[in-house]
Design a protein around this ligand. Structure first.
Ligand SMILES: [Zn+2]
Length: 432
């Protein structure tokens, strides 16, 4: 097959219809999408003069498009004959076989006249060794009187989506886990998408805000979400791309609605906080510690020059967010963060808005990875994804004028650190 040949796309329902038909050949209706040079099988003759539409589910927009209908044929062939030829011819670009030789091999093929005939042959008894060699049960042919060429048929596989990862990624384990995502902005939406891709079974989204025009540049959502509540629009977005995942949307403010937040934390395995501002992060640190759940906090600092991911684990080895901040302040670290600590309660928030969109998605995906690594280690005893520490500082557009440990000088650099133990009499850690 040459790169310039058209493609035939065959939905699973067309496969079923042909394979289960009692006929040995019948007609097909193809739809041609000329811009993409492909044919889509849209109807199959399953019994004499009975032609059934092929089901193509709604999300396959391109497969439901296409213009002029094109009459074609399907033919059941004897094993070991046509499909070996198809395989051999496919490996020789521009090779053709004479129409009369093809007709001998595939009796029942109609004479295409002066036009192009498209034929799909079905060999239900194809031996396994031929399948392994690359032959398939369905083969396509461009039939002209001047010669016949093989066409590629792309058959919809039985297993698609995350199930394809089974045996290669701990998908069965992660399906049983749940994560609460606090803050569905740039970082949070990217983290939620990544959690779905890693196979986390349930995500509970928490955010009180609407998705507006100025959010669009840096968000997983597009124009379709403008005006909606972020959690509701994200739930729909995730359902469309990751239908196996359970998503719960909560239009809640983690600070003002803390009494509603506690029961959610109680039923999830981990909290991922990507909310802007010191107050929500402190509340998450406190509530997660009390509920004995790990929390991963993500943000960008210093106008998007660095990303920061903190993992808080409810063990006597590690303190809470306040314990870490106090320790860093004592070291003389990070004026920007110290400013925000001082401004706590005045409504001043982190300012990620100068950050570049992919940098925020990068931090969101990174945070989801740390969350997944934490779940695999703590709940499944799987250490294959172990991360190097509890506190990651990520170079995005570093300006290298920050005090240690934030003094990265290169983009793409990740500095991993531990975090200190609890302070004596820390109100979060001591009774936790
Ligand atoms: Zn503490």
């Amino acid at each position: 097959m040459a790169r310039s040949d058209p493609y035939i796309v065959m939905p699973a329902d067309a496969v079923d219809k042909i394979a289960s038909s009692a006929l040995s050949r019948g007609s097909l209706v193809l739809r041609r999408a000329s811009a993409d040079d492909m044919y889509i099988v849209r109807a199959v003759e399953t019994a004499k003069d009975v032609r059934l539409q092929v089901d193509v589910s709604r999300e396959y927009a391109a497969l439901r498009s296409g213009d002029s209908h094109h009459a074609a044929q399907w033919i059941r062939v004897a094993p070991n004959d046509a499909h070996i030829h198809h395989l051999l011819l496919s490996r020789r670009p521009h090779a053709t076989i004479a129409f009369k030789d093809f007709k001998e091999m595939v009796p029942g093929v109609s004479d295409p006249g002066n036009k192009l005939g498209v034929v799909v042959t079905h060999d239900p008894g194809l031996p396994a060794e031929l399948t392994e060699a690359g032959a398939s049960e369905f083969a396509g042919w461009a039939v002209r009187r001047s010669g016949v060429r093989p066409l590629h048929i792309e058959v919809e596989p039985e297993i698609i989506g995350l199930k394809q990862l089974a045996g290669k990624w701990p998908i069965e384990q992660l399906t049983t886990n749940s994560v609460m995502v606090v803050g569905c902005g740039s970082i949070g939406s990217a983290a939620a998408v990544a959690l779905a891709g890693y196979g986390i079974g349930r995500v509970e989204l928490v955010d009180p805000d609407r998705f507006l025009w100025h959010n669009m540049l840096r968000h997983a959502l597009g124009a379709e979400g403008v005006g909606r509540f972020k959690v509701a629009a994200m739930k729909d977005h995730l359902a469309q791309h990751w239908p196996q995942q359970d998503v719960v949307a909560h239009r809640l403010d983690v600070v003002a609605d803390a009494h509603h937040i506690r029961p959610i934390i109680d039923r999830v395995d981990l909290v991922l906080c990507a909310a802007d501002g010191i107050a929500p992060r402190r509340v998450v640190s406190h509530l997660a510690r009390r509920a004995r759940k790990p929390a991963i906090l993500a943000c960008v600092l210093d106008n998007g020059s660095i990303g920061e991911v903190i993992r808080l684990r409810p063990t006597p080895r590690f303190g809470c967010l306040l314990c870490l901040r106090r320790y860093l302040a004592d070291m003389g670290a990070m004026d920007a963060e110290a400013d925000q600590e001082l401004d706590y309660g005045t409504g001043r928030i982190h300012q990620p808005m100068t950050a570049v969109p992919p940098d925020l998605r990068y931090v969101g995906t990174f945070t989801a990875k740390v969350a997944v690594a934490t779940l695999l280690e703590s709940l499944h005893g799987d250490h294959t994804q172990r991360v190097p520490g509890e506190h990651a500082i990520i170079g995005l557009r570093p300006v290298s004028d920050l005090a240690t440990p934030f003094d990265l000088s290169q983009a793409g650099d990740v500095r991993w650190l531990s975090i200190p133990g609890p302070r004596t009499a820390c109100p979060t850690c001591s009774s936790g």
